[in-house]
Design a protein around this ligand. Structure first.
Ligand code: SAH
Ligand code: SF4
Length: 388
């Protein structure tokens, strides 16, 4: 028997192609897409403005399949972290960060990561597999509709998406692209290009692809002002060294929705945090640098330590001194607030609970991971996300 298609795997165009195979016109696909992504509906029988014949047809060949939730933790600061089961003992994390003027969802793109950065617990975990488009979008679908119901919000809860969870999004480009398109689609999540950010450790050829296919805001994980140090922190630098990476940033900016790149710089005690290194960074990104001035903002991230890294977080005074050099040199610089500390939702801690995959499986079989799905989605939306 043919396996049912998961409609979360499709962007609007792919859904239209799917509907066409069923003999349906494009506007039917648009209606269906809106039901799924705008209303969070997973039950075809409730899609009241679709012809009964189509609803019945869909029920035989399609599903809207979310990811099972292994756990949910809510921080005292409102940050929510979910652990989703992606099968075979793998799990990925998604984090919602509420702020006064926005709601940001941090989404995972892979189970594990092949880049292997020294300071990243996902990197230490190694690579399991790419997520599918449906698994990437399921994180947004579940969070948006679950939170909307919980908060009793009539409108959108998530205004920003950052691809900063587990994995290197540009090493999973084929699945990422339709997911980004669904996020931006007016009939999908309708997010602004400026509010969807792809974060990359610097996969240069795929930065060029993204620039062509779907320019969104770009964050580049820099972490070092010179190639020797970056080689040791971000192994991908050996393949795409700084000059090539910065050139790719300049090319990206030609089509980007924002006129700057955000450079992330994780502050590691005694490794990359000296005032001299701040001056080197200024030189690298300024007029005198290898590619000339790169329009950018710098985001200094306090390192979230984990034992296997053998690294420590830079003291606050050192972070401030580093920031001061950059600011005086004319670079817009911010220090990332840590959020959700009490639930380990901060950057690079995402893999904490899933590092030992066999352990997850063991805990799963014992059922000891707290499973606290969101309350059922009320009103217009049908089955609660995660339980279509
Ligand atoms: N793979 C992509 C996106 C996921 S990582 C990338 O590397 O950009 C998202 C951000 O978290 C990156 O800037 C990464 O450098 C940072 N990060 C990883 N581990 C961290 C840790 N232990 N402490 C602080 N930031 C970390
Ligand atoms: Fe992968 Fe990003 Fe972690 Fe590096 S920092 S190992 S690229 S997830």
């Amino acid at each position: 028997m043919m396996t049912a298609a998961n409609l979360l795997d499709f962007d609007h165009d792919a859904l239209a192609a799917f509907c066409e195979q069923l003999g349906e016109k494009r506007f039917r696909a648009t209606q269906l897409f809106r039901w799924i992504h705008q209303r969070g509906e997973a039950d075809f029988s409730r899609m009241s403005d679709l012809a009964r014949s189509l609803r019945e047809k869909l029920a035989t060949c399609a599903v809207v399949k979310a990811l099972p939730v292994l756990s949910e933790h809510v921080s005292t600061d409102g940050t929510v972290k979910w652990l989703f089961d992606v099968g075979a003992g793998d799990a990925v994390e998604t984090v919602f960060i509420p702020e006064d003027d926005r709601g940001t969802l941090c989404i995972s793109s892979q189970a594990g990561c092949a880049v292997g950065c020294r300071f990243c617990s996902t990197g230490h975990q190694g690579f399991s597999r790419n997520l599918t488009t449906g698994e990437i979008l399921a994180q947004l679908w579940y969070a948006e509709h679950g939170l909307r119901a919980r908060l009793g919000s009539p409108g959108r809860v998530i205004s920003n998406v950052v691809m900063m969870g587990m994995g290197e999004p540009l090493q999973n480009y084929a699945a990422l692209l339709p997911a980004l398109r669904a996020m931006l689609d007016d009939h999908g999540y309708g997010l602004s290009r400026r509010r969807v950010t792809v974060s990359t450790s610097g996969v240069v050829p795929m930065m060029d692809r993204l620039r062509e296919d779907c320019p969104v805001a770009l964050a580049v994980s820099l972490h070092a002002p010179d190639d020797a140090l970056r080689d040791s922190l971000v192994p991908l630098n050996r393949k795409y060294p700084l000059t090539e990476l910065l050139q790719a940033c300049l090319r990206y900016l030609e089509t980007a929705p924002r006129d700057f790149v955000t450079f992330e710089y994780c502050m590691l005690d005694g490794v990359n945090d000296s005032p001299q290194q701040a001056h080197e960074l200024l030189r690298l990104l300024g007029d005198q640098g290898p590619v000339g001035a790169v329009p950018c903002k710098i985001n200094l991230i306090p390192f979230n330590p984990f034992p296997a890294s053998g690294l420590l977080r830079s003291p606050k005074t050192r972070v401030q001194a580093f920031a001061q050099v950059l600011i005086e040199g004319g670079l817009v610089t911010t220090v990332r607030k840590t959020r959700g500390d009490d639930i380990d939702a901060a950057c690079g801690q995402l893999a904490g609970e899933v590092q030992d995959r066999t352990q997850v499986q063991r805990r799963l079989s014992r059922g000891s991971i707290p499973i606290r799905p969101l309350s059922p989605v009320a009103g217009a939306v049908g089955a609660p996300p995660g339980h279509p």
